[in-house]
Design a protein around this ligand. Structure first.
Ligand code: HEM
Length: 285
């Protein structure tokens, strides 16, 4: 964790100190973030908890009030939405699970070691999956949580994810309103509740004729996130940015095809398992 000056460090220290009171008064006591416990006790790892609190401080330019409100809002959202369940215990539409791939590249450059692939081009003609916004959202958030599960918050070279959107096969004259609605919601949730977790986002196989879609969608995205976007018409150029990607289709060095690189088994944290257990017990009672 790096602080540019004492003011930043003070804001961070204050948030750490105030967090027990904040969670109690403003978050119904909920202290779980991305599967990790933020308050001391069993399952608590101080280095991880501090790294996560730091992310909120950094995202809100170390302004204490803004960072504290954002963190509380995220904890409240997690308590209600239950993203851990979306990640580890729910079943999603097979059309969706087929187009989401998670890869782990230990030898890749810093913060591109975990990559989420969204093969959205394959969905262009299967718009039924966008019918129910909540269903899509639960699938997409589930994938995001599982990618975060592959990060290591004690390792500064692996505490951000990279994302790829492959739009191969997409052609459209106008944006389907259902797709637009889902897209807008996912973007809003990512911006609000997953700050400082994205290192780079690659949009590949985007036909030149569709750059207008980029212009439409990027309006929903804040400036800091936009700076991380790279648009490539030719998907095989991705390897120049992500050398561990498959050589086939993506121009990387790996001989494996993308589906062979897919990490299926992401382990929930011990705290996540504990929370699941608690929920089961409460349901039984
Ligand atoms: C974001 C789907 C076409 C550019 C998204 C998101 C979805 C989505 C669900 C939410 C963010 C995420 O899942 O990570 C689709 C579908 C398309 C399509 C189904 C067509 C079938 C395009 C095209 C472009 C584009 C042609 C042009 C480059 C973007 C941008 C974002 C986005 C810039 C914002 C990313 C972010 O804030 O993380 N898209 N998209 N999309 N899409 Fe698309």
């Amino acid at each position: 964790m790096k602080f540019a000056n004492n003011v930043e460090k003070k804001a961070f220290d204050k948030l750490v100190k105030e967090l027990p009171t904040l969670t109690e008064k403003r978050c119904h006591g909920y202290d779980e973030l991305y599967g990790h416990k933020l308050l001391p006790g069993t399952y608590y790892d101080e280095a991880v908890a501090h790294a996560l609190i730091y992310k909120f401080c950094k995202a809100y330019k170390f302004e204490y009030e803004a960072a504290a409100s954002a963190l509380c809002s995220t904890l409240n959202w997690r308590r209600e939405f239950d993203p851990l369940s979306a990640a580890f215990s729910e079943r999603h539409d097979e059309t969706l699970t087929k187009i989401g791939v998670l890869t782990k590249y230990p030898n890749e450059e810093a913060n591109k070691k975990v990559v989420t692939w969204n093969l959205y081009g394959d969905l262009a003609k299967q718009t039924h999956v966008f019918e129910d916004v909540n269903k899509f959202l639960r699938y997409r958030i589930g994938l995001m949580e599982r990618s975060i599960g592959l990060l290591d918050f004690k390792d500064e070279t692996n505490n951000y994810v990279a994302q790829v959107h492959d739009y191969d096969g997409v052609s459209m004259w106008r944006m389907d309103p259902k797709i637009k609605k889902c897209t807008k919601q996912v973007i809003a949730v990512f911006q609000e509740h997953y700050p400082e977790l994205l290192s780079a986002k690659f949009f590949i196989n985007v036909p030149s004729l569709l750059t207008w879609v980029y212009d439409v969608v990027k309006r929903f995205v804040n400036e800091d996130t936009r700076k991380k976007f790279v648009v490539l018409n030719d998907g095989t150029k991705l390897g120049q940015f992500l050398s561990s990607a498959p050589s086939k289709l993506y121009g990387g060095k790996s001989k494996d095809i993308l589906q062979d690189q897919n990490v299926m088994d992401v382990r929930p944290t011990e705290y996540t398992l504990h929370l699941f257990q608690q929920k089961i017990s409460a349901d039984v009672e």
